[in-house]
Design a protein around this ligand. Sequence first.
Ligand SMILES: [Ca+2]
Length: 514
Amino acid sequence: MIENVLPNAESRRDSATKPRVARDELPWGCHGRVIPTRKGLCQLFGRSYSALALLAGLAMSGLAAEGASRPNIVLVMTDDQGYGDLGWTGNPIIHTPHIDAFAKESVRLTSFHVSPTCAPTRCALMTGRHEFRSGVTHTINERERMSLKSVTIAQVLKSAGYTTGIFGKWHLGDEAPYQPGERGFDEVYIHGAGGIGQTYKGSCGDAPGNTYFGPAIRHNGVFEKTKGYCTDLFFGQALKWMDARRKDKSPFFAYITPNAPHAPLQCPQEYANRYAGKVDTNVAKFYGMIENIDDNFGRLLANLDEWGIARDTLVIFMTDNGGTAGVKVFNAGMRGAKVTPYEGGTRVPAFWRWPAEFKGGRDRAALTAHIDIFPTLAQIGRAEIPNRLELDGRSLVPLLENPTADGSDRILFTHVGRWEKGKALESKFKQCSVRNTRFQLVNNAELYDLNLDPGEAHDVISEHPEIVASMRAAFDRWWIEILPALVNEDAVGPEVNPFKEAYWKQFGGGPAEK
Ligand SMILES: [Ca+2]
């Protein structure tokens, strides 16, 4: 099945033309024994990372040991919660005791980066490749649709025997072929568009009349009318599903993606009340939404304990872009927020806990990213990545497993996208960044030394001409690579949102009633 969904020719890069990479330049999983029979090469700068690297990583990892058990995987990614919106990261007001306690037990990736907005991060996470390679350059206008040629981590884990479920926000296409049930998920319990109640022209839209309380949720293609608050519903269904799956012989992958605390800021009043008088009304609701997530996260962990599977379950907590409503209160000293290419736009919390294999209670400062999740989970799940699929990410297993692994340097590319229709070419340097561990080149015009200046306040572009030239050259190469992959730029959406059409087909009614 995976073989049928390989990337198309234009997005494959000819490995015969790639530069050879010296052994000491290879990223983490590539050190040690390299299996020469596998097609593909690890490339410097995180630009391309193939199945070879995965297998090499497996060869040296304890995970490859005969008979080592494969964990269940639970990935929780909240929406629009920034790095600073947790007690653990220093927020002086918010109350997140369950996530904080979990962080304490976890391996914490302290320089973990995602894309600056919702659908792009979800695409990069799902594919292990920069989202532009799958045509995702926006959050609406059919430009949030993940190319049907893309291979998802859900498909790869499923092919290795995992049972897979998504609970919450998908945001990679609302038309039938783009839905998660067609992209590797066995269980699908989602809202439409980029949020509950959202409606845009074309395909991107949720069920009619939905709010965060009692929304109609699409469950394996059939709408269910609900009672209760959205986040409670998504965690509740995920727990119900996990409870059924834990008795199976094969492991599960639960991708829990609440739409909260994304705006509109709607939360149970008792949660907002806890912050009344401490912050303004909107931030009180925003923090209330996060505290509600924290309660649900605590419920999840308590259930894993109660079921006796916590030790053999990898749980990941992360968020999908930089801060939003909370940055004016606390942004952990960073510049920027969601929809910007600065640290504050892309750096998010990333806590990984797998008691059976990872020694927790540690920070890892290496430069890491959402694109690394695909190869990491594939390695952990002992799933084979299709031969010709070349990833931008690299497995984090050595970093998570080995307290002394520090990782070689790499380059990450960020581009906010969201250009006007037809303006991709002229938007090359608009809202973008190139970064390595120490430096970040923003908009091709500003350079920051993150070691000395994590708040990106002092432009040092004139002091490091060689770094700037090297980053510009890398970005030029990357841009040429991704342009042919922008398959959604001229897409024309349907007249009616597919979610609404399906809802009306099930319950009656039509556009006039919206
Ligand atoms: Ca988001």
